[in-house]
Each structure stands twice: as structure tokens, then as C-alpha cells.
Design a protein around this ligand. Structure first.
Ligand code: F6R
Length: 577
């Protein structure tokens, strides 16, 4: 994040970085320009070390919160990085692929490196050009073509009253204020100050002063539209909840409803209305949303649908001339972006589903459908996931009539009922577990994958989602009284065979937590614990089961005292392949 204006930059940037910590949180730092450049940075969380950083003086500043790629988390490897003279400072998001060769050359030319990062080469290259040109913008323009990889960089120098920024494949947004300007990886740190945003494009180099924004691309001045952001600052505050994740779970009824309302019969672009086949690419939770979609769209619309992890898409023969849907709440997941670019290269038409206005995916895809989840701060996807499903259900409605809108518009009420459920007994079981299996069939197999992902990422308990019929082909060997099975057993075509599967698992000593419908005494009798959900439409049951599994993961992680919003080793926006 960068700031230039009339306020003290450091405390404002530190507060802003707290909002960006979901992108990485192993170390952080700020550099300001006052008389000279001053810099403070620390390994660890902002909340633990903010003091000395906030006290830096100056009305121009840049800051960074890091998720280590090159070089372990440490004070030295934290950004900003300075040149040899300490007169130029830089922060960088992304990866410089050709850094090792550049580093050797710079060492031979006498530069001193203070970190193990790929980033530091950029500031030394700028140092050399700045010595020749005495103009920071020109120096950055000279350096950019020499670095390969993904980057969003911000640079300040002792002798210049501006911030220079550049982007390639990593997001950057300018926030336009009155007599002050902001720039950051996303809008969330600026929501208090402005709602006017400019989303930068790849290749943009920006000169940002207190009163002016100048954007260059390929050496030419360009103008980019100013967009109004309708996220409010309240959306990015915890609002009395213990964690963002819990707040976001509770926001799901509204997020689902808003998204259903926002997408209608005409929303699907013309090119996507009559596909012969569909390919979906996504990662993590978004992949699970894709799997639920695959079950439902093939079942309802009879359109053959292929689903690939975005990171594996390149290893299969690509679809030719088909419709490819990329699902990514952040709009920045590198593998999903790459898969969509590849699909376009094979003449496929591409449709993105995302939560973030101006995100990179919106520039790549031929068309975008936006969810209306509002900002999601917690690393674990919850309301964005439910909102992806809302978009996907409306896509099915567009394709073949699908669900009646009336049912979808009522779904939030069933989600609200689930939010009030007491899961104390089940939490007790889960928090003692060595490992937990989640099993289901049909769309509930996809739900089991998502439930297990939520549990493992925030509680650190090993959890696996399985197609219920697959457990006997190997994983049965792991069943014991320490490995509870969470069985998703809803009325419908899978009910009978799920009941048989549950009996098999119990016979092998595993305690079973069954999730089914209110009034199902047969199920409640065989289960060790029974979680009863409202008896509704199949799709709504998918939603309510998901929400109960999110809550179960949350409550278990909370009982274990985990760092729920920022689980270890994870970042929300995965901008590297
Ligand atoms: C899990 C989670 C991740 C993301 C994945 C893809 O709770 O949040 O698995 O779903 O990193 O992210 P997006 O949707 O931004 O592409």
C-alpha cells in the first residue's frame, strides 16, 4: 500500500496493511519520505510489532505485508527494500523469475544485498538508472523491461515528491482522494477515505502525486476509467464478532440473496447461452463449487461438463471452441488466470465468476458474472463460496430453466435457521480426532470435500472428503474410534446406499456424525451424533449442509484456540502458480 497526501503516512499505511494481511502475514514494513527515506520492518504479525513502524514520519509512504517465497520470513527479508545508498525504497508483490542472473550481475557491479529476496534486485537496478537519469519515473521505465515475472511495485526516492508504481500480473488499485492519493493491492485499505478507484492494467507505470495520477503504458499516456466502489468500510470491520470468519458465515444469507437478485435471466452473455459442452477451471473451494455445478448442470440441463483443477488444465488436451468458466472469488488466482488464457488461445469463449470488481480475471475473460458477497477478509472462503453457488444456480436457470427463482430467493431463510444450531456435541468429537473423514454421494460428495477443506485449513486436524462408496477401496484401513466419519445422508436417490455405507463404517469402529433431515429417526438411531437440518429442496440442502460444516470447522478450530482468520502457511490470494 502507498499513500501520498496531507496526513502522516505510516500510521495510515499500518492500518491499511492490517486489511491486506489476508494476502500474507509473516512479516511487514513501511518506508516513508520525510527529509530522507526512513524504513522500519519486522518479522511477525502487524498487531505484535506495529509501534515502531507507525512512528515513522512523513506524508509519503509505502508499506507491505509479506508471504515468503524467496527467503524465509525475517526482518531482513521483509519489505520495503532499499538501494545501496538508502535513498530509494521499494515494495513488491509477485515473483521475479530472472532474479538470480540479475543478482549476480549486480553483485559484480559492486552492489550490496541485505536480503535473500528476489525483490531486492529491482531496487538496485532502479538505483543504477536513477544515478544516470535523476528521474524516478524514467528509471523505473528503464528497469521494467529487464525484469521477468509477476509484479506490483511501489517505489519512493529521497529527492522526489511522488510514488512510482508498476504492474504486471499482480493487482494494483489507485484510490483517488481530495488532495491525497492511495494505491494498494485491493480497495479494502482505502474504503475509509474514498470510493473512487482506478484499476491498473498490465504494463501500466504510474506517477502518483498528492493531486495527480499519470498513467503510462508502452511509453504512452493512457487514461483509465474511475470506478465507484460500493463496498462500505463496515464490511471490513469485525463488527463485534470474534473472527472475520464467523462474521462472514453469518453474512451468508444476505450474500446469497443479494447475488441471486443481481443475476437474472439476461445476465448470461449471448455466447454462453447454448453451449454444447462446458469446461470449468478453478482451485480449492472454487473447484468444489465447480463440482457442485457439474452435478447440477449435467443433471438438469444435460450439458456435458468437464471440471479441471486450473493448475492441471494445461496437461490435458484443451477443449476446442467450447465454453470455459473460470471460478475465482479473488479474481487473482494465478493458475485460474493461466488456464483461462490457455482456453482463449484455443478459441474457447471464457466466462469468469468473481467477487472482485476490477480484478485481473475480469480483464482476461470475455465476460464476467459478479457475486455480491462483499469483501471477504478471513482466509477461509465462506460467503464467497455460497455466493459462487448463487451465481452458478442462476447460470443453470439461464441455460435451461433450472431452479425456480422463487426457491432460490427463499434459500437464505433456510441458511438463517442453520446459523442458530448448537453443535457442541459434534465439536467435542471432532476436536479430539486424529483424522476425520467426510463422506457423501452426488452433490454431497462435493460438499464433503469442501467441509473437509474447511476443517483442515483452520483447525489443522487432518480431514478428507471422500465419495462414500470409495472408502472401502483403501481408506477403511484407517478407520478407528479416533477417526470419526461425518456422513451426509439426505433424502433422495442416494439415501439407501448411504445408509448401507454408514453401517459398514460403524462396523469398523468409526464413530459417525450423521447430517440428515429433521425427523429421520432411522438415521439418528444408527448415528453416534445426529445433526438435523430443515427438510427442503435438494439444492437448499446442499447449502444448509455446507453452512453447518463451515460452522463445525469454525467451532472446532475455536475450541482448539487456532488462528482462525489467518491459518498458518496460507494466504487468501494465491498469485503464484
Ligand atoms: C479455502 C480457500 C481456497 C480458495 C482457493 C481459490 O477456504 O479459500 O481454497 O478457494 O485458493 O481461490 P480463488 O477462489 O480466489 O481463486
Amino acid at each position: 500500500m502507498g499513500y501520498i497526501g496531507r496526513r502522516e503516512a505510516a500510521p495510515l499505511i499500518v492500518e491499511g496493511l492490517k486489511r491486506l494481511e489476508y494476502r500474507g502475514y509473516d512479516s511487514f514494513g513501511v518506508a516513508t519520505k520525510n527529509k530522507g527515506i526512513t524504513l522500519a520492518k519486522h518479522q511477525g504479525r502487524i498487531s505484535e510489532n506495529a509501534g515502531s513502524v507507525s512512528r515513522l514520519k512523513g506524508k509519503i509512504g509505502i508499506g507491505h505485508t509479506r508471504w515468503a517465497t524467496h527467503g524465509a520470513p525475517s526482518d531482513e527479508n521483509a519489505h520495503p527494500h532499499a538501494d545501496c545508498s538508502g535513498k530509494i525504497a521499494l515494495v513488491h508483490n509477485g515473483i521475479i523469475e530472472n532474479y538470480s542472473g540479475l543478482r549476480l550481475q549486480l553483485l559484480e557491479r559492486g552492489h550490496t544485498f541485505r536480503s535473500e529476496t528476489d525483490t531486492e534486485v529491482i531496487v538496485h537496478l532502479i538505483e543504477e538508472e536513477y544515478a544516470k537519469k535523476k528521474d524516478l519515473l524514467v528509471a523505473v521505465q528503464e528497469v521494467i523491461p529487464r525484469i521477468k515475472g509477476s509484479f506490483a511495485i511501489l517505489v519512493i526516492a529521497e529527492d522526489e515528491d511522488l510514488i512510482i508504481a508498476a504492474r504486471n500480473a499482480s493487482p494494483l488499485v489507485i484510490g483517488i482522494g481530495d488532495g491525497e492519493n492511495f494505491i494498494a493491492s485491493d480497495m479494502t485499505p482505502m474504503l475509509e477515505y474514498t470510493e473512487r478507484a482506478i484499476f491498473l492494467e498490465d504494463g501500466d507505470i504510474v506517477s502518483l502525486t498528492q493531486d495527480a495520477v499519470e498513467i503510462l503504458n508502452n511509453g504512452q499516456k493512457v487514461t483509465r476509467p474511475v470506478e465507484l466502489i460500493d463496498w462500505s468500510v463496515e464490511d471490513v470491520k469485525k463488527g463485534g464478532f470474534a473472527h472475520y470468519m464467523l462474521k462472514e458465515i453469518y453474512e451468508q444469507p444476505q450474500a446469497f440473496y443479494n447475488t441471486i437478485r443481481a443475476i437474472n435471466q439476461g445476465s448470461l452473455p449471448r455466447f454462453a447461452r447454448h453451449p454444447d459442452s462446458i469446461t470449468v477451471v478453478a482451485c480449492g473451494s472454487s473447484f468444489h463449487a465447480g463440482l457442485i455445478f457439474k452435478y447440477l448442470v449435467e443433471g438438469t440441463c444435460k450439458i456435458p461438463t468437464r471440471l479441471e483443477y486450473a493448475s492441471e488444465f494445461r496437461y490435458y488436451p484443451p477443449p476446442v471452441n467450447g465454453l470455459v468458466i473460470g471460478i475465482t472469488q479473488s479474481g487473482e488466482t494465478a493458475d485460474t488466470l493461466t488456464a483461462l488464457r490457455q482456453a482463449k488461445a484455443h478459441n474457447c469463449r471464457t466466462l469468469a465468476i468473481t467477487n472482485v470488481l476490477g480484478s485481473t480475471v475480469t480483464r482476461i475473460a470475455d465476460a464476467t458474472l459478479f457475486m455480491r458477497a462483499g469483501p471477504e477478509i478471513s482466509v477461509a472462503a465462506t460467503k464467497s463460496f455460497i455466493s459462487q453457488l448463487a451465481v452458478l444456480m442462476q447460470v443453470i436457470s439461464n441455460l435451461c430453466g433450472g431452479k425456480e427463482e422463487g426457491i432460490l430467493l427463499q434459500a437464505h431463510k433456510s441458511i438463517e435457521e442453520v446459523l442458530l444450531m448448537d453443535l457442541t456435541d459434534s465439536v467435542q468429537f471432532c476436536k479430539e480426532a486424529q483424522s476425520i473423514f467426510y463422506v457423501g454421494r452426488g452433490p454431497f460428495f462435493a460438499v464433503s470435500l469442501e467441509g473437509a477443506l474447511k476443517m483442515k485449513e483452520i483447525s489443522y486436524i487432518h480431514a478428507e472428503g471422500y465419495a462414500a462408496g470409495e472408502l472401502k477401496h483403501g481408506p477403511f484401513a484407517l478407520l478407528s474410534e479416533k477417526t470419526p466419519v461425518i456422513a451426509l445422508c439426505m433424502p433422495g436417490e442416494t439415501y439407501g446406499v448411504m445408509m448401507s455405507n454408514i453401517k459398514e463404517m460403524k462396523a469398523r469402529g468409526a464413530p459417525v456424525i450423521a447430517i440428515g433431515c429433521i425427523g429421520d429417526t432411522e438415521l439418528s438411531d444408527i448415528a453416534d451424533h445426529f445433526i438435523a437440518l430443515p427438510r427442503t429442496d435438494l439444492f437448499i440442502q446442499v447449502l444448509t449442509t455446507l453452512v453447518v460444516l463451515q460452522l463445525l470447522a469454525y467451532r472446532t478450530a475455536d475450541a482448539l484456540g487456532r488462528d482462525i482468520d489467518k491459518p498458518r502457511n496460507l494466504a487468501k490470494s494465491v498469485t503464484v502458480e
